[in-house]
Ligand binder design. Structure first.
Ligand code: ADP
Ligand code: MG
Length: 482
């Protein structure tokens, strides 16, 4: 499935009117945010260098973490598997029935994780999770299973993985702060709780969401090479040959390939190649993690609105936007001055605007940011700025795909790339702009859409986690019979 996003309507540069000062400013902004083909190629090339570094050496900027998921899917995988997703506010338990031939069914239940559980002892949280799994199995009539069900655990916190079902929590994020968990293995803690309650479930895989996305795409598209997340954050995973993982010290594997969780949001934290503007620098400086995740900060949903807001406030400060002669009524609100007030979803709506005199853009700014009586000239500027930031994100994101494809030598044969995340799914023309950049990066490919096939791979944390559990079971069988 391609992304479901509508089309973006771009603002023609010749349509931008305004004073000479405004026009000069816009020209400069357009220059700063436009990345030409040659520059894209340089970014892609540097990305490939950094991938190699990460494969060779621990502690590299692009971490290239081996996922311990060995080999590929056949699409013939069958059986019942459980998936568990502990991330933000909800805990999701999913029963995935793999039916073979790339088909599957899912049933799931969602429950809230209270603030008390998020801050209390880890044992309480694990007991709660075990209870939710138990209740779910009872509802599904699976409580008296003869054999244990395999469970894939999507645990979306920084974990240093040591096996497919072993890892160590380095730190909590996203509002969790349970005691007795950092430095411990989340799999063992959960398994103990399941044992205490006699729940017949084996936690057989610890899953990163990019790896889950790759696998959920691969189940019915066997030529899948990579999985990407373009949502709140940005990251990717791809299938690598064991012989290329120079830093591997994990001994013999059951396959000559393994999925690598790239952690590519950190690409170019050294600022060697990314075309950072003063607006990106401001965002980085004011973020909770300055100097980290610089690539992610240019391409993912959490940040695009804020970059746009930084340009708008700069224009306001220079009296090039929302300047009104009558000082009785400010045309602009306090909203626009507040960090993060300009959501990436507003950009989506503005980019999709095809109304006469930009009426819809004006309405969005009015309703969401109390920016009243925006002129048509101003609406055009704002729409153009959204377009520049959104397009730059899509083009830079495409560099990661081109780097993976070229690193793996997959351009000739072609491949599928599964992508999950609201930015890719909902941002107008994001996918089209990625394709456009890809064809500039790989001019030798005559039909880019048929060769590098991007597609929405939803629910990596459900189906993907279940598939990871399935691969884990297969690996265990292979080891037992070796
Ligand atoms: P997560 O990455 O947390 O799993 P999502 O993939 O849903 O969740 O991504 C959420 C992010 O996507 C939000 O932070 C927001 O920035 C962005 N987003 C949400 N809706 C839209 C939209 N309509 N257009 C563009 N970006 C959006
Ligand atoms: Mg997600």
């Amino acid at each position: 499935m391609a992304s479901k996003a509508p089309q973006a309507y771009e603002v023609d540069v010749n349509e931008l009117d305004g004073t000479p000062e405004q026009q000069a400013y816009m020209k400069d902004i357009i220059d700063q945010f436009t990345i030409d083909t040659d520059y894209l190629k340089q970014v892609r090339d540097h990305f490939m260098v950094e991938m190699k570094k990460g494969l060779d050496k621990e502690g590299s900027t692009v971490a290239m973490i081996p996922s311990y998921v060995e080999g590929r899917l056949t699409g013939k995988e069958e059986g019942h598997f459980l998936a568990l997703d502990l991330g933000g506010t909800n805990l999701r338990v999913v029963l995935v029935t793999l039916e073979g031939q790339g088909k599957f069914k899912t049933v799931s239940s969602k429950s809230r994780v209270s603030e008390e559980l998020k801050m209390g002892p880890m044992r309480n949280l694990c007991d709660y999770i075990a209870e939710c799994v138990d209740t779910f199995l009872t509802e599904q009539g699976l409580e008296d299973q003869e054999i244990e069900l395999n469970l894939g655990y999507t645990f979306s916190f920084p974990v240093l993985q040591t096996k497919i079902n072993r890892g160590v929590l380095s730190t909590w994020t996203k509002g969790f702060a349970c005691s007795g968990a950092v430095g411990k293995d989340p799999v063992l803690l959960l398994q103990d709780a399941l044992l205490r309650k006699h729940v017949p479930v084996k936690v057989s895989a610890l899953v990163n969401d990019t790896v889950g996305t790759l696998l959920s795409n691969a189940y019915n598209k066997p030529a899948t090479l990579a999985g990407l997340i373009l949502g709140t954050g940005a990251n990717g995973a791809y299938i690598e040959k064991m012989k290329n993982i120079g830093k591997w010290k994990g001994g013999k594997t059951t396959s000559d390939e393994m999925i690598i969780n790239m952690e590519f949001g950190a690409f170019d934290n050294e600022r060697r190649i990314l075309p950072l503007t003063r607006f990106d620098n401001k965002l980085d400086r004011e973020s909770i993690n300055p100097h980290a995740q610089l690539y992610e900060k240019m391409i993912s949903g959490m940040y695009l609105g804020e970059i746009t807001r930084n340009v708008l406030t700069d224009m306001i400060d220079r009296e090039l936007l929302l300047k009104r002669e009558e000082n009785t009524s400010f045309a602009w609100s306090k909203e626009i001055s507040r960090h993060w007030s300009f959501e990436t979803a507003f950009m989506s709506n503005i980019e999709a605007d095809n109304s006469k005199d930009f009426a819809y853009t004006k309405e969005i700014l009015d309703t969401n940011l109390s920016l009243h009586d925006i002129t048509t000239t101003e609406a055009k500027f704002i729409k153009k700025i959204c377009e520049l930031v959104g397009k730059r994100a899509a083009r830079l994101a495409a560099c990661s795909i081109a780097a993976i494809v070229q690193h793996c030598g997959a351009a000739e044969e072609g491949c599928d790339i599964g992508i999950d995340g609201s930015l890719y799914e909902f941002y107008p023309s994001f996918e089209d702009r990625m394709y456009e950049a890809l064809s500039e990066l790989m001019p030798e490919i005559s039909d880019i859409r048929k060769t590098i096939r991007l597609g929405l791979a939803k629910d990596g944390s459900g189906v993907g986690a279940a598939l990871t559990a399935c691969v884990a079971a297969r690996m265990e069988n292979a080891r037992a019979s070796a």
